[in-house]
Design a binder for this molecule. Structure first.
Ligand code: ADP
Ligand code: MG
Ligand code: MG
Length: 211
């Protein structure tokens, strides 16, 4: 479609919960190499909790959906990723507000607001080997696509591809934030788990937008 609405954002959450469940072992394997082997369970549990909460208290706007998802992730998932993704969705929802539809430009702005929340909370910069290394190229690709007049679907496909490239580019990096930073040089040679889950989240969004 040309725009996203509340039903599509609901589908995004449903799709992400399925993808997180399917990729639980993969994300946990990445986290077992440079962390504490819980990223898969954190994301699967968190996204399932979001779905349950959305079902129990259905939001009437996309802004409310972001707020519900964010508050649920902050409270349901301990550690780093829950509060970081929670902040992302809280800021995304605040940016969307009462809008009934999102076009490529307003969605790009909402995603950027969400990522600014991640950065405000976690203080990671580009190259620190975190989820931010998937988000920043995705935002840049999305903005470039919007500026060149691409459709929403094509802009999200570009963001998805850039996030996947950003994820892969974390492999040689030495972690400077989060648990992996405790390993120092030994964190090099492994993909960052949070960058991998961000790529999955954007893959789910590109998929529901194109459906
Ligand atoms: P924990 O490390 O507390 O067990 P998770 O395993 O669920 O939490 O999430 C780990 C991921 O969180 C990392 O792979 C990284 O992408 C992300 N992360 C950790 N700290 C930060 C930070 N300060 N800023 C951005 N992302 C971070
Ligand atoms: Mg972990
Ligand atoms: Mg943990």
């Amino acid at each position: 479609p040309v725009t996203l609405d509340l039903a599509r954002l609901q589908q995004w959450m449903t799709r992400f919960a399925a993808v997180a469940e399917q990729n639980k072992a993969y994300l946990t394997a990445l986290d077992s190499a440079i962390g504490d082997a819980d990223h898969g369970t954190n994301m699967a549990r968190g996204s399932a909790a979001v779905l349950a909460k959305l079902e129990a208290s259905p939001p009437s706007t996309m802004g409310e959906l972001g707020k519900t998802a964010g508050m649920t992730l902050v409270s349901a998932v301990g550690g780093s990723a829950g509060p970081l993704y929670g902040t992302f969705f809280l800021r995304l929802g605040a940016s969307i507000g009462d809008a009934a539809e999102l076009d490529a430009a307003t969605l790009a702005a909402a995603l950027r607001a969400g990522v600014e929340g991640i950065v405000a909370r976690g203080k990671a910069e580009a190259g620190d080997k975190t989820m931010v290394d998937a988000w920043l190229p995705a935002l840049a690709a999305m903005d470039e696509a919007v500026a060149s007049g691409a459709s929403l679907v094509d802009a999200l496909a570009a963001a998805r591809d850039a996030a996947a490239a950003g994820r892969d580019a974390t492999e040689p990096l030495v972690a400077r934030k989060g648990r992996a930073s405790y390993l120092g040089e030994r964190s090099a040679g492994h993909i960052d788990p949070g960058a991998a889950s961000t790529a999955l989240l954007l893959d789910a969004l590109a998929e529901v937008a194109a459906a």
